[in-house]
Design a protein. Structure first.
Length: 198
């Protein structure tokens, strides 16, 4: 039995959310354009295979999976900054080779001043590592919440006429049943059910 849309009251354009999502994916494969490549006195002709997935706007709006945030950039930047910081640690050593005029006190001040760039770079490395760890924890929380979010997501119905989503009668949990939701609001409700809305 199909539930009727709470906005228009009709059933002919209502579709189960997983069906609307999966039906909005098209897989394609084909032959790319012919390319001529000079090879000495002759010419080689080659073409490439083209393949991929196209997604409709409706499928994109109903996507239940949270965007997985990447962490590789944080670690690459942290390693690069750590190497730069190691180079900056050589600056205080250069002051010790040729002591400035003024005795031991001015030499200590020079060493402290020359150590500031290295300390700033290593503090930046610490911030980048902290951000990467925070993102790793957020990704883990998302992975743990996906089964609960998908369970609720599967109870949704999409009305193609109204462009909104509603939950079927008898949907478990604390959901706004009987109301048409914007797809963005529907995804928020699903994210809350998965616990990765933060």
């Amino acid at each position: 039995m199909t539930d009727s849309c709470p906005a228009c009251g009709l059933v002919d354009q209502v579709q189960h959310v997983p069906a609307a999502y999966h039906g909005g994916h098209s897989f394609f494969r084909g032959q790319g354009p012919m390319v001529a490549i000079p090879a000495g006195e002759s010419v080689l002709f080659t073409s490439s295979q083209v393949s991929g997935v196209s997604m409709t706007a409706v499928a994109r709006m109903l996507d239940p999976f949270p965007v997985r945030r990447r962490i590789g950039g944080f670690f690459a930047a942290a390693i690069l900054l750590a190497l730069i910081g190691l180079l900056f640690t050589l600056l205080p050593l250069s002051v010790q080779d040729d002591p400035p005029p003024g005795g031991a006190g001015s030499q200590l001040i020079a060493v402290v001043l020359m150590s500031i760039p290295a300390a700033c770079v290593f503090a930046s490395v610490g911030v980048l590592v902290w951000l990467a760890v925070k993102r790793v924890r957020a990704n883990a929380r998302q992975r743990r919440g996906i089964p609960a979010a998908q369970a609720l997501w599967g109870h949704g119905r999409f009305c193609h006429r109204c462009g909104g989503v509603f939950f079927a009668a008898g949907t478990p949990g604390d959901v706004p049943a009987g109301r048409l939701l914007e797809p963005a609001r529907f995804r928020e409700v699903v994210a809350v059910a998965g616990g990765y809305d933060r």
